[in-house]
Design a protein around this ligand. Structure first.
Ligand code: DGJ
Length: 727
């Protein structure tokens, strides 16, 4: 619900449990006055104490009043160059050479339903109560008009923000920084949590006490990256999984981003989130509009666990789209780790046959099916089937797989080209390369300049042709390098700062076209594992390969970190062979199954190499997942242990049905010590007043949550699952 109090000049966004308030100050500056637990009413600007602070300048219109300064006022969208010395939300090169932006309120509208953003992914309001607030601010001298958009998805406690900048002035303007959201919070001692990591170690939570200064996380790799994720949390210093206040923001975007937290001289915090200003400059001619990507905001007064669950639900139901968003995904087998590039149709059918026999539903042919792609030096860009490997093309193979009772899917990497490819030989200029500079290689491949219409068209035509050539139910869309040498022949020198963003827009456009033309196609996102795991991609690809690291013990960490923002139904997770190719560790098959079953679930090995007993186990895993999928996908997710804490010898988690009648607990022993302490596991999310059957025994929900469940002594890397049902 969005309310405007004309007397107080406050705008209040209310969700089920939160309130968010802004106030139109007498100066016209839009102040941010509150974001926290839901309030009954009031004008929270009374919490701002006017004070004459040294070196805090005063706008002209307040006259000789020294207590009013932009330097100290909490703002909804901060200005630049007029007395606020904290992080600006908007920066621009104006026609007169100045960089000043001073935004004042013009008007606002409140409408039912949630706004959409042209060409950009965004949460949508269908199926839930949703409203939109649009506030117009203007910089009178330049004519820049900033439209702040707020979407309120009440039942998810989710507030989205986006920004449109329109040039209503007489001269072109170059935007050099456009935040999607700015959030000024009152003084307090806070921690900042971001998701760091690396290739094969994606989304490791990094938690640090905020001290004075600017702390940031970002990506300048052209994608959201393995190393940082477009997500941040500010929380009370003592916030835990179950208690404490958390303010979290996720950017619905897959390119360069910057997430910053500034702890000010007065211990207040300004959070900003948006496209990274690195190599960003967007020219707005008179009359043109620039739209910044959406940021999704969540406030939880009940710790990090509740915060995550709010994101999970909203992402699953109102960001992901299409028939797959809430449906059980096919249990798949992927040949990559089993064969790498060395396969042909018979080999794939062998793998599929063994998988089909135990209940796998979809066979995915990974990299290596096209051009002369027998290694990673060759073939990217040539999307014609390698006839030596797959005689007759995709259709005969797909039909053979279908004949085994399975669906067929395949891998693509449409954004890339190898120098050793027909495409590159024909169009060397289609890859990003700056004039007069040698090109920078990554995995022996170059990045196609998708901002050029003819390149985008080539990619789209090839994808279309491939998808129409055979019954293809699934696509794994990969992206295996970071962007460098970002320069486009399609744009003049003064507009090169637009290329990074235009590249992301082109990827979105292609994905949107596929979404429209192949509505039943399930697309799994991927970027060398989880290098582009973000809310932007989830709008087009309801599941994303979490990591190339399929070691079940390492996966505990990766899936734990990912779960801070993203739901289990989005996490591509497979059982792979041992010893693991990356860690050389051997983990029992049961444990590998338990860990993969906390995600989309599938296999990444040749089941022909398993013993009869192991195949029986696989059969059981598949049967169990068919029973449990709804809990995993639609249930509330609780983290019961932190795999990053060296002193914790196990990692556990649970999925609880929304009506709290069923739950599934997964637990893996990550370390084994001699004569260990007696292991107890306190469960969460159950109804304390109900009794539950836990693996055959009846216990009270109160007992399970407050006293705990006595665990058996497990060996290192052993796992257990507990199926819990209300009696
Ligand atoms: C990286 C992906 O993450 C892998 O699963 C696999 O698809 C390879 N690329 C193929 O090149």
């Amino acid at each position: 619900m969005i309310g405007y109090d004309a007397k107080q000049r406050t705008l209040t966004l209310s969700t089920r449990s939160t309130s968010y308030q802004m106030k139109i100050d007498g100066t016209g500056v839009l102040l941010h006055t509150y974001y926290g637990p839901r309030l009954r009413g009031g004008d929270l600007s009374r919490l701002i104490c006017p004070e004459d602070r040294g070196f805090s300048p005063n706008p002209y219109e307040v006259g000789l009043e020294r207590t009013w300064s932009l330097d100290t006022q909490p703002q909804e969208y901060s200005s630049s160059g007029v007395g606020d010395f904290r992080l600006p939300s908007l920066e621009a090169d104006l026609a007169d050479g100045s960089h000043i932006v001073d935004l004042r309120y013009v008007g606002h509208t409140i409408t039912d339903g949630k706004y959409a953003l042209e060409g950009l992914p965004a949460f949508y309001g269908e199926g839930v109560a949703a409203q939109t607030l649009s506030v117009a601010l203007r910089d009178p001298a330049s004519g820049l008009v900033v439209e702040l958009l707020y979407g309120v998805l009440e039942e998810y406690d989710l507030i989205t923000r986006a920004v449109r900048i329109r040039n209503e002035g007489p001269a072109p303007v170059r935007l050099t920084r456009v935040a999607s959201a700015c959030l000024d919070l009152p003084a307090g001692e806070h921690d900042l949590i971001t998701l760091g990591g690396a290739y094969a170690r994606e989304r490791e939570p990094v938690r640090a006490h905020l001290t004075q200064g600017v702390h940031s996380a970002g990506s300048v790799r052209g994608s959201s990256s393995h190393q940082q994720n477009p997500f941040l949390v500010l929380c009370d210093r003592d916030a835990t999984e179950d208690a404490g206040r958390c303010w979290a923001m996720a950017l619905v975007y897959s390119g360069n981003f910057l997430a910053s937290a500034e702890h000010t001289q007065f211990h207040e915090t300004r959070l900003t989130l948006g496209i990274h200003p690195f190599h960003f400059a967007w020219t707005l001619r008179p009359g043109e509009t620039f739209t910044a990507p959406e940021a999704a905001l969540v406030f939880s007064a009940r710790g990090l666990g509740h915060m995550s669950r709010l994101f999970h639900r909203a992402i699953r139901l109102n960001l992901c789209r299409g028939p797959w968003k809430d449906a059980r995904r096919p249990i798949l087998i992927n040949n990559w780790e089993a064969t790498l590039f060395q396969f042909d149709a018979d080999k794939l059918c062998d793998i599929a046959r063994a998988a089909g026999r135990v209940g796998v539903e979809l066979m995915v042919m990974d990299d290596g099916w096209f051009g002369e792609r027998n290694d990673d030096f060759t073939g990217l860009g040539d999307w014609n089937v390698n006839q030596k490997k797959l005689p007759g093309g995709l259709a005969p193979l797909a039909e053979r797989i279908n004949g085994l009772g399975m669906q067929f899917g395949l891998w693509v990497e449409p954004e890339m080209v190898n120098e050793n490819s027909d495409l590159y030989r024909a169009h060397p200029d289609w890859a990003f390369q700056a004039p007069g500079r040698p090109v920078t290689r990554g995995r022996y491949q170059l990045v196609l300049d998708l901002t050029r219409p003819e390149v985008k068209q080539y990619v789209l035509d090839n994808l279309r042709a491939t998808l129409k050539s055979a019954p293809i139910a699934y696509v794994k869309w990969d992206m295996n390098r970071s962007l460098t040498d970002v320069w486009s022949a399609a744009l003049p020198p003064e507009r090169q700062g637009e290329v990074y963003h235009r590249f992301v827009l082109a990827v979105y456009e292609i994905l949107e076209t596929l979404h429209r033309e192949f509505p039943d196609l399930l697309i799994e996102g991927c970027s060398g594992g989880g290098g582009r795991f973000d809310c932007g991609m989830l709008y087009y690809t309801p599941q994303i390969w979490c990591s190339d690291n399929t070691d079940a013990i390492d996966r505990l960490r990766i899936q734990y970190g990912t779960s801070l923002c993203y739901p289990c139904c989005a996490m591509g997770a497979h059982v792979s062979a041992v010893p693991n190719g990356l860690t050389h560790r051997s983990v029992p098959l049961h444990t590998r199954g338990v860990v993969a079953a906390a995600g989309t679930f599938g296999y990444e090995l040749d089941l022909n190499e398993l013993t009869a007993e192991e195949l029986d186990q696989v059969r059981d895993q598949i049967a169990a997942f068919r029973t449990d999928w709804e809990l995993v996908m639609r249930g509330d997710y609780y983290r019961l242990g932190d795999p990053f804490r060296a002193e914790e010898p196990f990692c556990a988690w649970m999925h609880v049905s929304p009506d709290r009648s069923r739950a599934l607990v997964g637990l893996v022993q990550t370390a084994r010590h001699a004569n260990p302490v007696r292991p107890l596991l306190r469960l969460k999310g159950l109804d304390p007043d109900r009794d539950y059957r836990v693996n055959g025994r009846v216990c009270g929900g109160d007992e399970l949550m407050y006293a705990g469940l006595a665990l058996p002594f497990l060996d290192e890397y052993e796992a257990v699952q507990y199926h819990i049902e209300a009696v």
